[in-house]
Design a protein around this ligand. Structure first.
Ligand code: ADP
Ligand code: TRP
Length: 355
């Protein structure tokens, strides 16, 4: 039996360089290893937690599927599926929720961020989150945080546990959700005195989880940050975005520490360029001879060397809807076979038995 790998991305827009270097590139590498049984899916039920426009959601499911394939995922080698095609997932989500505490869900970092946004709270999070709890529970507020957002980690745990995954390649920001998944698995096993669910691990090929920064000098590249280099960006607009990246006036003393925006440029360069190019620009910086324009030109070309071929394949694949449909039909069947078995067993374990 091969170890099982599973991961997913929410269809909330086109994929950007952060999604690719943090997640999708790892999926492709794991597929290439040939030693795993791979499941990669599109988390459309998770996307519903932020109430997207229905038409945009459906388009984005197709876009991300085409981007998966364009980046190198092969439907013959990996099971590619849409989360909502596996009806056993909502069933297990209901069953598992019986063992999940609202308190632990409310303490999840991703929930706190999104709930504060939905409630329009702008002050920084506090330890007890009293302001947030008051808004959520207090009857005077007409604002609402939907229950789907609260139970997001249960749904994610179900995606993973239903396929009995061993490895879940994700970026650093998803590690807390993985930790909860392990906790839910342990709790279920111990409550029913069974050795049923496996505890999944992140996977980084021995390195640190990747975090791709934004080019605007800010923290991370992300859809909601509006600072993305998209995989499907054409050459010219992508070059323009890179050339506009924030820098500083340049070093004035040898070996001067780098300002945050400059550090970010180097961080991306390290992920896309050869080590000798990184060395070249680092030396130039340390000697105060760096020309940021040259660095940006190099960076844009190295990014395009990765993204342009994906973009061109994407255009062809995205236009072939009949092919995309065949891929998801095939994927749904395989994903459901595993899921059905798990849910049948869980029903038995929990005492939902046939007459
Ligand atoms: P976004 O933050 O743009 O909405 P998602 O939350 O849908 O992206 O993330 C999908 C996958 O991409 C996750 O595995 C996440 O860890 C990874 N990811 C997203 N942004 C980055 C980034 N800037 N650096 C590294 N990985 C990222
Ligand atoms: N929460 C993940 C994200 O925002 C997406 C996701 C949903 C996922 N279910 C999953 C990732 C299961 C890995 C495994 O990126």
């Amino acid at each position: 039996m091969k170890p099982i790998v599973l991961s997913g991305i929410r269809p909330t827009g086109q994929l950007h360089l952060g999604n690719y270097l943090g997640a999708l590139q790892k999926f492709v590498k794991m597929q290439q290893e040939g030693i795993y049984e791979n499941f990669f899916f599109i988390a459309d039920l998770h996307a519903l937690t932020t109430n997207p426009d229905p038409k945009a959601l459906h388009e984005n499911v197709k876009n991300v599927l085409a981007e998966y394939i364009a980046a190198g995922l092969d439907p013959e080698k990996s099971t590619l599926f849409i989360q909502s095609d596996v009806h056993e997932i909502p069933e297990l989500y209901l069953l598992l929720n019986m063992h999940v505490g609202i308190g632990e869900l409310m303490r999840t970092a991703a929930f706190k961020d999104k709930a504060r946004k939905q409630l329009g709270i702008t002050s920084p999070a506090t330890d007890d989150d009293e302001d947030m709890a008051r808004e959520i529970i207090g009857g005077n507020s007409n604002k609402r945080v939907n229950a789907g957002l609260l139970t997001y980690p249960t749904l994610m745990a179900v995606d993973i546990l239903i396929q009995k995954a061993d490895f879940v390649p994700v970026g650093k920001d998803q590690e807390q959700h993985l930790e909860l998944t392990r906790r839910f698995a342990r709790r279920f096993n111990s409550f029913y005195n069974v050795d049923f669910f496996k505890e999944p691990q992140n996977f980084n090929f021995g390195g640190e989880p990747v975090k791709v920064p934004g080019l605007d000098g800010s923290g991370k590249m992300g859809k909601s940050e509006g600072n993305c280099l998209y995989l499907i960006d054409e050459d010219k607009p992508l070059r323009k975005k890179v050339m506009r990246a924030v820098t500083d006036a340049g070093p004035t003393e040898p070996n001067q520490p780098m300002a945050e925006p400059v550090k970010n440029l180097f961080a991306i360069l390290k992920l896309v360029a050869t080590p000798d190019k990184v060395q070249f620009f680092t030396d130039a910086y340390n000697r105060c001879e760096i020309r940021y324009g040259d660095l940006k030109k190099e960076l844009a070309e190295d990014i395009l060397a990765i993204t342009a071929p994906i973009r061109e394949r994407y255009k062809e694949i995205r236009n072939d809807e009949a092919y995309l449909r065949r891929v998801v039909e095939m994927g749904a069947e395989k994903a459901r076979a595993h899921a059905r078995k798990t849910v049948e067993d869980v029903r038995q374990i929990m005492g939902i038995l046939p007459f």
